[in-house]
Design a protein around this ligand. Structure first.
Ligand code: GDP
Ligand code: MN
Length: 393
């Protein structure tokens, strides 16, 4: 489960990682009320499950109630690469120290923004910590030699000495080092005891008064540890309430759904086939609108649910149903698709490919029901091409 920034910060705070005081707002008035309580300047921050909000206009500094009103009004409803902003986090603005000896690309003193994270390195069977003095930008764009990496044996844990050496290896400036060690030790506890798959701070900053502080939070909780954390239920409820509506609806219907940014809606059975379907749509020059695995059954009920979720995405121009019948026979799948078509109004035409057990019977049923809303093609490649062609029109 991914957390929104404010939830990540709430989680960080439990482990003693310093974050700014703030409040959650779903309306402009709530945003102003929080700002008045917190004191100016504040930062108005879009809460969506996607990075790069700053560049997309989803993060703004405000010095007065009018400025909060203005920015909150603009950011609520903003579409950040397919994610509509429904919730804001208002926090006290931090003053970031400027480096006396490092310059940014514009020749100005560089802001003291760092990057820190823990994740699992499966091939090494260890935790991987990454730390860089070049934070505030996407870590993928930071040169590898500027990222200090540390492998931590889960059985031994992270010692303070190892942590101090790591901070030195990352070349963090002297005034930030002790503070960074404190934050990283706490981040390690959050990652391990908090059962995270990823715990990332970008940027981690040095303030003008010498404190090291988390300005952003990206946390993925390990769903396998769910039973150990009854307190995660609050996160889940808030994510469904304020998150991506497509994802919330899919969750409600018990479907495995991940929203993407393209125009070809995808329905497949089994995670592997769903991923291959995403791949083949890309391979033939299309852009998938989602990943959706309907799991084992493919009866009319499941098809109606899947098609309903996909139809709420305004970007979808074609729907590619790719089913491999195993225990679920293709004739049942075909009847499910036809029945679903009779029950809901589709936003885009369907291209269906079904194969496996009773494929011939299934295809005959689809063929008999072909229309401009339903096209049947026998193989995955030609079906993908057809769906992409329709979506591109
Ligand atoms: P992201 O763009 O989604 O990663 O959002 P972040 O929360 O990381 O914010 C993006 C950038 O906005 C940061 O790298 C900072 O440069 C800037 N920023 C965010 N909060 C503050 C703040 O309190 N004070 C200052 N000076 N800059 C901030
Ligand atoms: Mn960030």
């Amino acid at each position: 489960m991914d957390l929104m920034e404010y939830q990540g910060k709430q989680y960080f705070a439990r482990f003693g990682i310093p974050v700014s005081a703030g409040g959650v707002a779903d309306t402009v008035d709530e945003a102003v009320a929080h700002a008045e309580r917190i004191g100016y300047p504040v930062v108005v921050k879009a809460q969506v499950m996607i990075g790069g909000r700053g560049k997309a206009g989803g993060i703004k500094l405000a010095n007065t109630a009018d400025e909060v009103r203005f920015h909150a009004g603009n950011i609520l409803g903003l579409d950040i690469r397919g994610h509509i902003v429904r919730r804001l986090w208002i926090e006290r603005a931090s003053e970031i120290a400027q480096s006396p000896d490092r310059l940014n690309e514009k020749g100005e003193p560089k802001a003291e923004e760092y990057y820190a994270s823990f994740a699992l390195d499966r091939s090494a069977k260890k935790y991987l910590g990454m730390l860089s003095a070049e934070g505030g930008v996407e870590i993928e764009s930071v040169a590898d030699e500027l990222i200090a990496k540390i492998h931590v044996d889960p059985m031994l844990g992270l010692s303070e000495e190892a942590c101090r050496a790591w901070v030195a290896a990352a070349n963090l400036p002297a005034p930030a080092r002790e503070g960074a060690v404190g934050v990283l030790m706490a981040l390690y506890r959050c990652y391990t005891e908090g059962d995270c798959e990823l715990a990332e701070i970008n940027p981690l900053i040095l303030t003008t008064d010498g404190r090291v502080h988390a300005l952003d939070a990206k946390v993925t909780l390990d769903d396998a540890a769910h039973d150990r954390h009854p307190e995660w239920a609050d996160f889940e409820a808030a994510t469904v309430a304020a998150g991506d509506s497509r994802e919330a609806l899919a969750k409600e219907k018990g479907l495995q759904y991940v929203g993407l940014e393209g125009s070809v809606g995808i329905i497949a059975n089994g995670a592997g086939l769903a991923m291959s379907t995403v791949d083949i749509v890309k391979q033939v020059g299309g852009a998938p609108a989602n990943f959706l695995d309907i799991g084992g059954g493919a009866n009319a009920e499941v098809m109606v649910n899947a098609l309903t979720v996909i139809s709420t995405d305004p970007n979808v121009r074609a729907i590619f149903i790719n089913i491999f019948g195993g225990i679920t026979r293709c004739d049942e799948v075909a009847r499910g698709i036809v029945e679903a078509l009779g029950r809901i109004t589709l936003s885009a035409p369907i291209v269906a490919r079904i194969d496996g057990t009773n494929a011939a019977e299934g295809r005959a049923i689809l063929k008999a029901n072909e229309s401009e809303k339903l096209i049947m093609l026998p193989d995955m490649l030609s079906a993908a091409q057809k769906a992409v062609e329709i979506a591109g029109k």
